[in-house]
Design a protein around this ligand. Sequence first.
Ligand code: NDP
Ligand code: HSE
Length: 417
Amino acid sequence: MVKIGIVGLGTVGTSVVKVLQKNRDIITSRAGKEIMPVRAVVKNLNKKRDVDIELTDDYKKVTRDSEIDIVVELMGGVEEAYKVVSDALKHGKAVVTANKALLAYHRFELQKLAKTPFEYEASVAGGIPVIKALRDGLSANHIEEIQGIINGTCNYILSEMKKGRDYSDVLKEAQVLGYAEADPTFDVGGFDAAHKLLILASIAYNIDAKPEDILIEGIENINLVDIEFAKEFGYEIKLLGIAKKDNNKIELRVHPTLIPQSKMIAKVEGVMNAVSVIGDVVGETMYYGPGAGGDATASAVISDIIEIARGQNKPMLGYKKPLEIEKLTLKTPDEIETKYYLRIAVNDEIGVLEKIAHILAKNDISIESFLQKPRDGFVKLLFATHKSIEKNVKNAIKEIEKEKFVIKPINYIRIEE
Ligand code: NDP
Ligand code: HSE
C-alpha cells in the first residue's frame, strides 16, 4: 500500500480524494498497489468538506509522518508551498504538485533538493499529459518551438466574449466553475500562463528564467472591436504562451495573439487547452484537452501518484546531465520579432494617415493591411503590419501617441501565422 498526505483540500484536492475512491480498482491495478489518502492539510478546520478524510492544519503532520510515502501539494502560492514541499523532500517523501507558481520560481532549487521522485504533470494544461509528452515522448528531439493555449480561464472568457457576453460576468462564472486561480488576476493578467510556459521551457531548453524575465501581457484590454477586427480579417484571438528557439537564443512570451482561423489551435474553445510542440525529428505534435477544473486536474495528479507507486523515478526536468554544447540565452522582450495589429483612435482630419504611415516607415515597420472604421465623432484605424521588431513597434506607438489627432492610447495585439 502507498499512503498519501494531501496538502490542500480545495477544488483539486477534493477531486483527487473522490477519484481515488471512484476509480480505486483500475488505479490499484495500474499502480500494482493500493493508494490510500490518509490525511489532508487545510487552512480552515471548520469548513464543511465534501470528502471524508482526517484533517489537520499542521503541514508537518503530513511532511514528517513516517507512515506517509507521497506528499501531494495542492495548496497553491509560492513561498509557503516551497516551505511545505522542501520539508517533505528533506524528510524523504516523494512529492506530487499541481502548483505552477511554485515551479515558476523554485523548480531548479527543488530539482537539486529532490532525491526522491518529484512529479508535476497537473501544473501545465490541467488534464493534458503534456509534461510526460515533452519530457519522455519527445526526449529524442531538439525542441524548435512550443505554442500553447495554457490558461483555461482566459480561453473560456475569450470564447464567451465572442458570443457577445460581458468580460466580468464570464470571469465570475469561471471562478464558480473552479477554473480560476485563488487570485484570478493571475489568469487574466497572463501570469499563470507564463508560469506554465517557464516549466515547459525548462524541460525543452533547460532554461532557468523567472516570470520577471519574460514578456507577459493579459487579456484585460481585449474588447469587442478587437474581436470584430479578428473576425473580419480571418483571425481568432487567443492568449498564447510561446517558446521559440532562434539559433542559440530562446524567445519566451505570453500575450493575446491573433491566429489565422484555419490553424488547429485557433479552433480550441472554452476551458480546453492545446499545446503544439515542434521537434526537429518528429515535426509538429499537438496535445489537446481540458485545461482546468477539479476532475481534469485530479486525472493528471493521480497519474503522477501511480507512476511513483510503480517505482519510477525520473530526472525532474528531464536532464540526467545538463546540455553542454548548446548554451542557450534568453531574448529580451525588445528583441522579439513578429507581426502586429494596431488599433488607433484618431480625429477625422486631413493628413492623419500620411503622418502615421510616415512614423511607421521611419521605425522600419511595413503595413500589410489596413481598415478604417467610423465611430461617433472619431475614426478607428486598424493596421496589420509585416514582421517587425518589438522595440521599433513600441517606439512608433510612443511617437504616434504624441500626435494631437490621437485621442486614446493605442491598442496592439501581436499576430502569429
Ligand atoms: P483552492 O483554492 O480551491 O484550494 C486550496 C486548498 O489549499 C484549500 O483547501 C485551502 O484550505 C488549502 N490551503 C491554502 N493555503 C493553505 C495553508 N497555508 N495551509 C494549509 N492549507 C492551505 O485551489 P485549487 O484546488 O483550485 O488549486 C490548488 C493548486 O492546484 C494550485 O496550485 C493551483 O494553481 C493548481 N491547479 C489548479 C487547477 C484548477 O483547475 N483549479 C488546475 C491545475 C492546477 P481551506 O480549504 O481551509 O481554505
Ligand atoms: N487557473 C488555471 C487555468 C487552472 O485557468 O488554466 C489550470 O492550471
